[in-house]
Design a protein around this ligand. Structure first.
Ligand code: ADP
Ligand code: MG
Length: 212
C-alpha cells in the first residue's frame, strides 16, 4: 500500500509569480496492483506530485509510506519506483539498446538473460529492430515508447507515468494500454497522469482530481 498523507509543498520562488499556485497538499492511498488516475487542468500540480513521490522535490511536511516504510528518508535512486516524464526521458548520445540497458543495470553490464529482455520489450512496445537507432532518429511517440519500455524493464513495484500516451496514434496507444494493464494484473501499482478521460477510464481504479 502506498500511503500519502498531507504531503505539503511550495515552490521557493512561487511568491514572485502572480499565476503560481500558493501551495500543494496531497493525500491518498493506493493498494498493490491499483492505478490512480491523476487529473486536473494544466498547472494544478500533477507533475509536482510525481516529483515529490520520486524524491526529486522535498516536501515541507507530510508522509509517504510504501508497505509501511517511510520513503521520504530515501534518496530517489533507492525508492521502489520508476518515473516516465513528459519529455527528456532518454539519453540522446546513447542508442535505444543502451538506453534500455541502463534501465536494467546502471553500468549496462547485462547477463545473457537480461540481454534477451531488450528485443522482447521492444517488440512489446512495437519498436522491433530499433535497437541501434538514436533517440534523435525516432518520432516523439517512439521515444515515449522507449521510455515506457525502460520503465517496465526495471520492474519496480511502483510506476509514475506523466502523460505517457501523448503523441501516440490510436493503435500504439492501445498497445501500451494493454501492456500497462498486464503490469497491473501482475501487481504493479501506478499513478497515471493524463488529460484523457478515456485513458483514465481504461487504466485507473480511482481518480485524484486536482484543482487549479
Ligand atoms: P501540471 O503538471 O499539473 O501541469 P505542475 O506540477 O508542472 O503542473 O506545476 C504546478 C504549478 O507549479 C504551476 O503553477 C507551475 O507554474 C508551478 N511550478 C512548476 N515548476 C515550478 C518551479 N520549478 N518553480 C516554481 N513554480 C513551478
Ligand atoms: Mg505536468
Amino acid at each position: 500500500m502506498l500511503d500519502v498523507s498531507q504531503l505539503r509543498f511550495r515552490y521557493p520562488d512561487a511568491s514572485h509569480s502572480i499565476n503560481a499556485r500558493r501551495g500543494f497538499d496531497f493525500s491518498f492511498r493506493l493498494g498493490r496492483g491499483e492505478c490512480l488516475g491523476v487529473t486536473g487542468p494544466s498547472g494544478c500540480g500533477k507533475s509536482t506530485l510525481l516529483s515529490l513521490l520520486a524524491g526529486f522535490l522535498t516536501p515541507e511536511s507530510g508522509r509517504v509510506q510504501w508497505q509501511g516504510e517511510d520513503l521520504l528518508q530515501r534518496p530517489p535512486w533507492e525508492r521502489p519506483m520508476t518515473s516516465v516524464f513528459q519529455e527528456h526521458n532518454l539519453f540522446d548520445h546513447l542508442t535505444v539498446h543502451d538506453n534500455l540497458a541502463l534501465g536494467l543495470h546502471p553500468g549496462m553490464k547485462l547477463s545473457k538473460s537480461s540481454r534477451k529482455k531488450i528485443p522482447h520489450i521492444l517488440h512489446e512496445v512495437g519498436l522491433e529492430g530499433m535497437e541501434k537507432r538514436y533517440p534523435t532518429e525516432l518520432s516523439g511517440g517512439q521515444r515515449q515508447r522507449v521510455a515506457v519500455a525502460r520503465a517496465l524493464l526495471r520492474r519496480t513495484p511502483l510506476l509514475l507515468l506523466d502523460e505517457p500516451f501523448t503523441g501516440l496514434d490510436t493503435e500504439t496507444r492501445k498497445g501500451l494500454q494493454d501492456l500497462l494493464l498486464d503490469q497491473k494484473a501482475s501487481g504493479a501499482t501506478m499513478l497515471l497522469v493524463s488529460h484523457d478521460p478515456g485513458d483514465v477510464r481504461i487504466l485507473a481504479d480511482r481518480t485524484l482530481e486536482l484543482t487549479a
